[in-house]
Design a protein around this ligand. Structure first.
Ligand code: ADP
Ligand code: MG
Length: 406
């Protein structure tokens, strides 16, 4: 029964995946932090094929269990290299002219920045997805050197309170785009409905000359990974400017690193352009409206709005809906050309394992479940309930066996 229910879920999941194709959801559970003494985990079970069970600490026993299924689940023991090895194929497709968006979603402290960038001043071993991605792109472009030449450029912007800021402008002044973007989108909107059908049918390429809809953001050519490390340092410094605590600010803004790859086939002269967006999203934690006012409330509302807009866009794409609501936030406007059509999307869903974080984790998982288009827990009948119960009994008995062995 245990294997039967998993097989059934997997079948359902794979069917949905086949239909949707271009949206992947990976869940990563971060470890308890060193020095943390009370280690009560809300993650009850992680299966090999992307199944997981979370336990509600206030509802002991099977009543409080809920099952989720994603393309992949990385346990707290997973290394940065392991996480990257499952991301690599996607990143490589950028060199073949695809647009790729990779997001990290989760509450503050759940490991988004760790996954995307790695710890501050990380050694190569601790590098996150963005440095590894660049490294990989450079390595492969070298091996293809005799047939294709590639040029790589990097942009880095921050979206804070629905304002886009260039993080790489060299004069140190951070450009804002108060009206330009609006004019651009006004013009785009005129064409929007004409393009809509072609776009959703995938006939119209999503590739624009500049994949990021912020034409003025500084584009820096890069040749080796150390160029990128240097640039990201500048970006991070600019990000903290004007705010007293970097962590505070970075948890309430979205950071978008865009890597543009232009290639030219040396034989045929055919050009190609792919871009990769690496997005470290603002913390998804809900803010108690009764407790915050003023700027904090405004920030919280902007974050809320943009994260739900992102969820709505990915959900609409997953459903192959004819209308994709890109215009509801700056984040989705900026990424519009790289979400949908032939573009590929990967969402890292980050979890803090602590049982204190259960309710945030649950809301994170529900968001992820919705964007992945596969809802197991809520949608399934009592038959599922029984099987999950059996599965849990098996887990409990295995735990029992293990503890007896110790
Ligand atoms: P977020 O960006 O979501 O706010 P961080 O990436 O800053 O979260 O992670 C919070 C803390 O947890 C940091 O101290 C980070 O180094 C640590 N951390 C996160 N993920 C891991 C991991 N997989 N392994 C080890 N430490 C991690
Ligand atoms: Mg962070």
């Amino acid at each position: 029964n245990y294997t039967a229910v998993l097989a059934e879920n997997r079948k359902l999941f794979n069917e949905v995946q086949d239909l949707r194709g271009n949206i992947r959801v990976y869940c990563r559970v971060r470890p308890f932090l060193p020095g943390q003494t009370k280690k009560q985990s809300t993650i009850e079970y992680i299966g090999e094929n992307g199944e997981m069970i979370v336990a509600n600490p206030t509802k002991p026993g099977k009543e409080g269990h809920r099952m989720f299924k994603f393309n992949k689940i990385f346990s707290p023991a997973s290394t940065q290299a392991e996480v990257f090895s499952d991301t690599k194929p996607l990143i490589r497709s950028v060199l073949d002219g695809f647009n790729v968006c990779i997001f990290a979603y989760g509450q503050t402290g759940s490991g988004k920045t760790h996954t995307m960038s790695g710890p501050e001043g990380a050694s190569e071993e601790d590098w996150g997805v963005n440095y590894r991605a660049l490294n990989d792109l450079f390595t492969i472009s070298q091996t293809r050197r005799s047939s294709i030449t590639y040029e790589v450029g990097v942009q880095m912007v921050e979206i804070y309170n629905e304002q886009v800021r260039d993080l790489l402008s060299s004069d140190g002044t951070q450009k804002k785009y108060p009206f330009r973007l609006d004019i651009l989108f006004l013009i785009l909107e005129q064409f929007y409905f004409c393009f809509l059908d072609l776009h959703t049918l995938g006939i119209l390429s999503t590739s624009q000359p500049n994949g990021l809809a912020v034409p003025d953001a500084t584009m820096n050519p890069v040749r080796v990974t150390s160029d990128v490390v240097g640039l990201m340092d500048i970006g991070l410094k600019n990000r903290s400017m004007g705010s007293t605590a970097l962590n505070e600010r970075s948890s309430r803004s979205h950071s978008v690193v865009t890597i543009h790859v232009r290639g030219k086939d040396l034989k045929t002269g055919v050009p190609m352009h792919g871009n990769l967006h690496l997005v470290d999203l603002a913390g998804s934690e809900r803010v108690d409206r009764s407790e915050v006012t003023g700027d904090r409330l405004k920030e919280a509302q902007h974050i809320n709005k943009s994260l739900s807009a992102l969820g709505d866009v990915i959900f609409a794409l997953a459903q192959k809906s004819p209308h994709v609501p890109y215009r509801n936030s700056k984040l989705t406007q900026v990424l519009q050309s790289s979400l949908g059509g032939q573009a590929k999307t990967l969402m890292f869903v980050q979890l803090n394992p602590d049982s204190n974080s259960f309710s945030e984790s649950l809301s994170t998982l529900k968001f992820a479940e919705r964007v992945s288009g596969v809802e197991l827990g809520a949608a399934k009948s009592s038959k599922e309930g029984r099987d999950v119960k059996e599965l849990m009994e098996q887990v409990a008995s295995l735990k029992d066996t293990i503890s007896k062995k110790d």
